[in-house]
Write a protein that binds this ligand. Sequence first.
Ligand code: PMT
Length: 222
Amino acid sequence: RAEKPLAGKKVVVTAGGTVERIDPVRYITNDSSGKMGFAIAKAARELGADVTIIAGTTQAQPPVGISLTRVSSAQEMYEAALREWADTDILVKAAAVADYRPKETAPNKIKKTGDSLVLELVKNIDILETLGKQKTTQLLIGFAAETENLEQHAMDKLKRKNCDLLVANDVTAEGAGFGAETNIVNIYDANGLVDSLPRLAKDEVGMRIMELAAGRLKGTGR
Ligand code: PMT
């Protein structure tokens, strides 16, 4: 690609799902394959950026030649993102982060005893919201995985988490969301809908998001 609008810019992308341990052999996770995050990272690199991926659990093949930090829990993903944060130009949070984790991780395998077992969950840190509060010059791009009221939930998240752009996918739609090769997304900013993309390969969705992001960085003097 001839134009490199992100040359000299640092882009950090989170991808995949988090793993929250119950005991040494059991955990809570989700269906994120990492495909969407990896596609965004590849697009950013094609546009000239210096790219870092922070990945939880993934099924997809990570792109070759892009620096990748592996993490497990939401807390670890937060700490890894925070380490990159200060000189980041664009952070894209495509990862599916657990909202809750087991209150305690049992040191030994939990034994089968009673007829029922209650697992108490406590809230995880919201990485995007926490970083959104500390935002200075960074362009912050969040995702929203929804099953109903896409626009309303997306706009709520964009505002609450102080994002510059928010990519919303209806994860119940055919050919969209977790694990799929394609995605169908609406992109919002604080004024509302910016773009509504048809079903496209995740690589193409990644490129559209990063082209839009590159345009939004212009004029910041960075
Ligand atoms: O990985 P794939 O199989 O390709 O699937 C892609 C995808 C469906 C995972 C992706 O397109 C997607 O929607 N990612 C966001 C999933 C998610 O956690 O959405 P959410 O609506 O629960 O969270 C909103 C935003 O807050 C996300 O940017 C999320 O990374 C962030 N978040 C959420 C919870 C938390 N504790 N910390 C966060 O930073």
